[in-house]
Design a protein around this ligand. Sequence first.
Ligand code: FE
Length: 336
Amino acid sequence: MKLTSTWLAAALASLSFAASAEELNLYSARHYQTDEALYANFTKQTGIKINRIEGKEDELLERIKNEGANSPADIFITVDAARLAKAHELGLFAPVSSKALESRIPAHLRTEDWFSFSTRARVIIYNKGAVKAEDVQNYADLANPKLKGKFCSRSGAHPYNLSLMASVIANEGEAKAEAWAKGMVANFARAPKGGDTDQIKAVAAGECGVAISNTYYVARLMRSTKPADRKVMESIGVVWPNQASTGTHINVSGGGMLKTAPHKEAAVKFLEYLASDDAQRHFADGNNEWPAVESVKVENPALDQLGKFKADKMPVKNLAMYQAKAQIIFDRAGFK
Ligand code: FE
């Protein structure tokens, strides 16, 4: 009897393997709890079961690359245009043509093989006691000698800064971008270290006068009930940079279908699902971001409080195009 049930289990397992069309293998570098509900809802709507493999962006990319033609991965999801571009450059994504995705995701937020599902802005944070708001209205101001010894940043090798630099190269050209990088290095209060939240806290503590951060880190602090975080928010000001010119730099969270995807139909369905109203709300709001689909409204007190701003509508493709140049410029400027 025991033998039979073991046999039965094995037979069932191979059966479910054969019926794998109703499954989807998702490699995700997003680790938000709210994503659980997002995926459960997809299964409820379509009957397609999601197997999720989570990991760090670069590890997942490495894994997909190493698995090659045998990779079980159908979808790769991650944050930052630079990382999505890397997956594209490695030739991992398959082109997806979908009327639903084309009509829902604005043209500047998609490429032929990957799609943005949420946006975040890179803003300037300043210490209200040490720096005047009028002196930090533009990214270019961060290189102004007026801010000598006041600028703090995370590493120039980090994708968030690389994508910002890529946008400056695309908007201003390489020469101006390099002068900007050198000016920022000359203004460093300390060598680059830590993440965006560390910069915000250092600005609040007065160790730095000004820094840059993605909006969701600011929103996280705004929504925090910890007294220390409340104090941080009282000490700092937030500026939407470049409102009189190009608009504030936007980065994205997104994904695409892999060339070797065993479940291509399910994969496209999933990407289309992520662009639906409900999924958009979950996907963006889970990390205090904005939905990529412009008609979708989010009720998020922190994002409401941050208010409206003019965003740089540069195609995400351009951010991808200038990644390598961005790194060269940071290196040459000594922005470590
Ligand atoms: Fe982040």
